[in-house]
Design a protein around this ligand. Structure first.
Ligand code: SAM
Length: 310
């Protein structure tokens, strides 16, 4: 893959780098796992703040650059890996941090949030439009499947914005730093199955829940629920869980579902499907679906999303 496709926009703003490390340092963990260290702009600030840093980089040349730069630093371990194929388990409760390559940012974040109880907080610099989707609350334009997925499993905070000029070379879009702090999902909730349900609810964002769920349930099963006249974007995470629990015993086995149901294009990624998540990442790469919304004051710390109260 070419350098450009690897999303190599190196962060050059000292202020932004220090703010990211400060946000990552609040958890008290001695380990930072950095995704996409590039030439080490963030790594150089992580090393004094953490006892150990594990850096995961896909670009072989950059891996060599980093190994040369820190050849005498035993506290830094550099892994030449694809962050999407990493086994997170050995990292324990370390903080996960990174100026993420935007073409795979949502896929990396999905993989991060779906490890409940395994990892410490995640501090990610990502495309601002994605940060807004992750932290959006019900009733807002940005609220969708990604918000529900992240907010079921994490407390989500949008910390601050980073303008294109802070990078070298500058990206075409605004960026923002988010913090995702894992929370324990309800013990008896089948998370993958719930996420499939949530994905189906958002299948066509402008349609009612009834229209989105009719391919999964009989009409008479759905009718008693007043929510069916609403759109998915109006329901909180807790309301989705409640609805799922009420409908779940009626979900037929996948093999029995009508495979030929509505051929409409899905507007939300199917959970657990690397292919679909990847397709969404491709859309990010091409810059589609950008909101172009206004810049947030860099000093404003907004806690937008909060963990679901279930
Ligand atoms: N952290 C550095 C900085 O802020 O200057 C670089 C950030 S740059 C936006 C993203 C980095 O992620 C690049 O170094 C790129 O090579 C690397 N990268 C891209 N895809 C990756 C993947 N799938 N797994 C791991 N690293 C990846």
């Amino acid at each position: 893959m070419s350098r450009q496709k690897l999303g190599q926009h190196f962060l050059a703003s000292t202020k932004a780098l220090q703010r990211i490390v400060k946000a990552a340092s609040t958890g008290g963990s001695g380990l930072a796992v950095e995704i996409g260290p590039g030439k080490g702009a963030l790594t150089q600030y992580l090393l004094p703040a953490f006892e150990r840093v594990i850096a995961i980089e896909l670009d072989r040349d950059l891996v060599q650059f980093l190994r040369d730069r820190w050849s005498h630093e035993p506290r830094l371990e550099i892994l030449e890996r694809n962050a999407l194929q990493v086994d997170w388990e050995p990292f324990g409760a370390g903080v996960v941090v990174g100026n993420l390559p935007y073409y795979v940012a949502t896929a990396i974040i999905s993989s991060f949030v779906q490890k409940p109880g395994l990892l410490g907080p995640g501090i990610f610099l990502i495309q601002k439009e994605v940060a807004e989707r992750i932290t959006a609350t019900p009733g807002h334009r940005e609220y969708g499947y990604l918000s529900v997925e992240c907010q079921l499993l994490c407390k989500t905070e949008l910390l601050f914005s980073v303008p294109p000029g802070a990078f070298q070379p500058p990206p075409q879009v605004d960026s923002a730093v988010i913090r995702l702090t894992p929370v324990t999902p309800p013990a008896d909730l089948d998370v993958p199955s719930f996420l499939q349900f949530a994905s189906a609810c958002f299948r066509q964002k402008r349609k009612t829940l009834r229209n989105n769920l009719i391919s999964r349930y009989d009409r008479e099963v759905l009718e008693p629920f007043p929510e069916m006249g609403q759109r998915a974007e109006q329901l909180s995470v807790a309301e989705f869980v409640k609805l799922y629990r009420a409908l779940e015993p009626r979900i037929p086995p996948i093999a029995e579902r009508d495979a030929s149901a509505s051929p409409e294009t899905s507007s939300s990624p199917a959970p657990g499907s690397g292919t679909t998540v990847g397709a969404s990442a491709e859309a990010l790469l091409t810059g589609s679906g950008l909101t172009g919304s206004g810049e947030m004051s860099s000093s404003k710390i907004a806690s937008v999303g909060s963990p679901a109260k279930l």
